[in-house]
Design a protein around this ligand. Structure first.
Ligand code: NAD
Ligand code: UFG
Length: 351
């Protein structure tokens, strides 16, 4: 049994990844401040375990704490060594992710995302842990001309959030070079994760009005909001609405397991990998698929473009497929079905 440290493990992507790792028999230490999540997610993970006759309670240690606090991180590494279960690797999800908030309050983002990450890397270095999978984002590419974004597409973040992700990647690169290339690092650049675990027990839990398309659609369908506003009908795309590369969160979770396996089995390296499906879906296509699959109405109207939006973001995911021997298995219908199941079973999230 290997022990992994998961920062931000109570969040949307973190919780699904924890579940995939638990299924593989790993021990997890989760640190989360719960600034954007609920500790109740752990009970749900245990419940999924029970349904499958597993006792994940024995595999998880949860620490409510902030990665900006170096002393907490230090104690986690020392305790794991004392218990003779040293931390073999880290998946680093902890971070703030709201683009608009990052424009309004950049210091919050630089401090939480970058300072928090530096603390984590310092603790890893001090206790000889040099395997890390980092949650990066397709947002770092900005608005390039290419139809499919490759890992070597020009990086040009358009907001402070994107810059924090790019900066953390740069810090990891510097660590890799300075360590005599001893570290094993995977920067996973996620495209648009949506959907939920098929059990309907864990899913995305925006604490405020959702900014993102998919959770907003779910709430309109649930009649929390009257209608969806589609931001722009005059983009230069086939139906005038923006195109994104949506990926099922469970496929994304599995990409993390594959990345950890790859790093453990291979020589030190630093990888940048696009984690998407390579398939573009317009906002209108998403609304129509959701309605059709779930047999539910999603009223919408067109509104002005949202500032900072770009018309099309689709992954060239060939490098990830080849390197990780992983591929996304769940299609848009499944994303819509599973996301809706989570919504109707948990209209108040984890409360
Ligand atoms: P999330 O907000 O659901 O999860 C992030 C978790 O980190 C939360 O549980 C939060 O409480 C915790 N956290 C934040 N700051 C912390 C700190 N200083 N110390 C301890 N815990 C802290 O978000 P998510 O959608 O699961 O995203 C996970 C990661 O993936 C984030 O780093 C995000 O930037 C990145 N990402 C997300 C998307 C997306 O569309 N969801 C896309 C690209 C990249
Ligand atoms: N959209 C609407 N109405 C809404 C919400 C969104 O029309 O109420 C549209 C947006 O204009 C965009 C598309 O739906 O065209 C997708 O928007 P999201 O906010 O769901 O996703 P983004 O691609 O804008 O951004 C997301 C995350 C970022 C991350 C990026 C990675 O919010 O943090 O994906 O590609 F960096």
């Amino acid at each position: 049994m290997t022990t992994y440290l998961i920062t931000g493990g109570c969040g949307f992507i973190g919780s699904h990844t924890c579940l995939s790792l638990l299924k593989r028999g790993h021990n997890l230490i989760i640190i989360d401040s719960n600034i954007n999540s609920s500790q109740n997610v752990l009970g749900r993970i245990y419940k999924i375990g029970h349904i499958e006759n597993n006792h994940y309670e024995n595999q998880i240690t949860f620490i409510k704490g902030d990665i900006k606090n170096y002393e907490i991180l230090k104690k986690i590494f020392i305790d794991a060594i004392h218990k003779k279960k040293p931390i073999s690797g880290v998946i680093h999800f902890a971070g703030l992710k709201a683009v608009e908030e990052s424009v309004k309050n950049p210091l919050l983002y630089w401090e939480n995302n970058v300072f928090g990450s530096i603390n984590l890397f310092k603790a890893m270095k001090s206790y000889d842990c040099n395997i890390i999978v980092f949650s990066s984002s397709a947002t770092i590419y900005g608005n390039p001309k290419e139809k499919f974004f490759r890992e070597d597409t020009t990086i040009q973040p358009m907001n402070p959030y994107g810059y924090t992700k790019f900066t953390i990647e740069k810090i990891l690169k510097d660590i890799y070079i300075s360590s005599n290339k001893e570290w094993k690092i995977a920067n996973l650049r996620y495209f648009n994760p949506i959907g939920a675990h098929e059990s309907g027990l864990i899913g995305e839990n925006p604490l405020n009005i959702p900014n993102n398309l998919f959770p907003y659609i779910c709430r309109v369908a649930y009649k929390n909001y009257k209608e969806l506003k589609i931001f722009g009908s005059d983009w230069n795309t086939y139906d005038g609405t923006c195109i994104r590369d949506y990926i099922h969160v469970v496929d994304l979770a599995e990409a993390h397991c594959a990345a950890l396996d790859y790093l453990i089995e291979n020589k030190p390296t630093i990888l940048n990998l696009n984690i998407g499906t390579g398939i573009g879906t317009s906002v209108l296509e998403m609304v129509n698929t959701f309605s059709k699959v779930n047999k539910i109405d999603v009223p919408y109207s067109f509104a002005n473009r949202r500032s900072g939006d770009v018309p099309s973001i689709v992954a060239d995911n060939k490098l990830a497929l080849k390197t990780l021997n992983w591929f996304p298995k769940r299609d848009l219908s499944e994303m819509c079905k599973d996301g809706w199941k989570w919504q109707i079973n948990n209209p108040n999230g984890y409360n």
